[in-house]
Design a protein around this ligand. Structure first.
Ligand SMILES: [Fe+2]
Ligand SMILES: [Zn+2]
Length: 401
């Protein structure tokens, strides 16, 4: 028997008052609370949480619901409930995939690979023609973005008309006020991306409550004499800050600040837009692990925080910016025509070196974005199409735990 089939074979199942205890072929033990089991019954009456068509209601389940009887088959368990005689069946594989023991929950968490400048030379790279035609290679590309927060793309289309082909491999494009923004050295500038000055590493659009997820960046016409892309892993920035300056880390993780953006009519037409979001620079999950950074010093609004925190907050900002701009953490990529980049804008900071303003033809790059929801959805769909079984990976988690 394979390791996987041993893991989903029920050796023994026992009722312990209000819990069902299962011992599996690989020796692992799971405990399922009766209320959890009753709520997740997927019979034709109870329905399924996958499509949200459900007959069962939490308040209809007695708080002290108990199994009356349990029948164990080789790959399925049937439970009869004492309060109403309802019968629920659970597939062994489904139960194992949803076991909520500490070890299984840890195993399901996706673990990112945190990096610094040493990643230069081994940045994950995908060939556009291959990822467009081969679903397994497309999945590999997207998983590289999960692991590293970035993936380089080679030989992507160089015309704006074909610009949509890369983003389509990542997921449904998010429509923002920018649409498919074409950055170039424009004459009338309301977006710093349209200039030729160097840009320090930053995340885009921190003024949105719902932050940009994956940025899809494509070079149609590279800059001459500069314009190299710089990338910094925000997770490494946060990791070093937590180690070197724990108070600064806590302040940036606990104190929300406003980032804002007013857009005139030249980019968005009509009467322009006014965005503002109040969130912390470092986002933590319930385990205190870093799950995102939101650092863009150009868009920090006048601080509106407790007066006693203003000076400490600026000290903390100085510390995190020193790390974010540290060459030790930065990789620099020279992208030519047809080169692209996918990066997680909630994790990886990007910037660029300056370049000559008067070149002809002018530098031209496309940026589009895909929400993390749609990015992870594409990964799950591909995994399912490729026949991957086992528990669902939990994405968007912190770096340790
Ligand atoms: Fe940017
Ligand atoms: Zn049911």
């Amino acid at each position: 028997m394979s390791e996987r089939s041993t893991a989903i074979t029920i050796e023994d199942a026992q009722i312990r008052v209000t819990e069902l205890e299962i011992r599996w072929g690989d020796g692992h033990e799971s405990r399922f609370h009766a209320i959890w089991l009753r709520h997740q019954c997927e019979c034709s009456f109870c329905g399924s949480s996958l499509n949200g068509v459900r007959g069962i209601r939490v308040r209809d389940i007695p708080e002290m619901v108990k199994p009356e009887d349990v029948t164990v088959g080789p790959d399925e368990i049937e439970v009869v409930w004492s309060h109403d005689g309802h019968r629920s069946r659970y597939q062994a594989e489904w139960l194992r995939n949803h076991c909520y023991s500490g070890t299984e929950r840890q195993a399901r968490r996706h673990r990112p690979t945190v990096w610094d400048s040493l990643l230069t030379g081994s940045v994950p790279i995908a060939d556009f023609a291959k990822v467009e035609t081969n679903p397994a290679m497309r999945l590999e590309m997207l998983e590289a973005v999960c692991d590293y927060g970035i993936c380089r793309i080679a030989d992507a289309p160089t015309t704006a008309e074909d610009g949509g082909r890369l983003v389509a491999l990542v997921g449904a494009q998010r429509q923002t006020n920018h649409g498919s923004f074409e950055l170039s050295a424009k004459d009338e500038v309301d977006n710093v991306g349209d200039t030729s000055v160097a840009l320090d590493p930053h995340v885009d659009e921190p003024y949105r409550l719902s932050a940009i997820g994956i940025t899809v960046f494509q070079v149609l016409q590279p800059a001459q004499g500069g314009g190299d892309s710089t990338l910094v892993d925000g997770f490494e920035v946060a990791r070093r800050l937590r180690e070197d300056a724990p108070e600064a880390f806590q302040l940036l993780a606990k104190t929300p600040i406003t980032c804002h953006r007013v857009e005139g009519t030249q980019n968005v037409g009509r009467s322009g837009r006014r965005y503002a979001s109040r969130l912390p620079v470092i986002r933590l999950d319930s385990d205190g692990e870093v799950v995102g950074v939101r650092l863009n010093e150009r868009q920090i609004a006048p601080l509106d925080i407790d007066a006693a925190l203003v000076e400490p907050y600026y000290r903390a900002l100085r510390r995190i910016l020193e790390l974010a701009y540290d060459p030790d953490l930065t990789i620099t990529l020279k992208l030519g025509a047809g080169d692209g980049l996918l990066f997680n804008n909630q994790r990886v900071l990007h910037g660029r070196t300056g370049f000559g303003a008067d070149q002809s033809p002018k530098r031209s790059v496309l940026t589009r974005s895909v929400d993390l929801d749609d990015f992870y959805s594409t990964i799950r769909v591909l995994k399912s199409q490729l026949g991957e079984t086992g528990p669902a990976t939990v994405y968007g988690q912190g770096m340790a735990g």
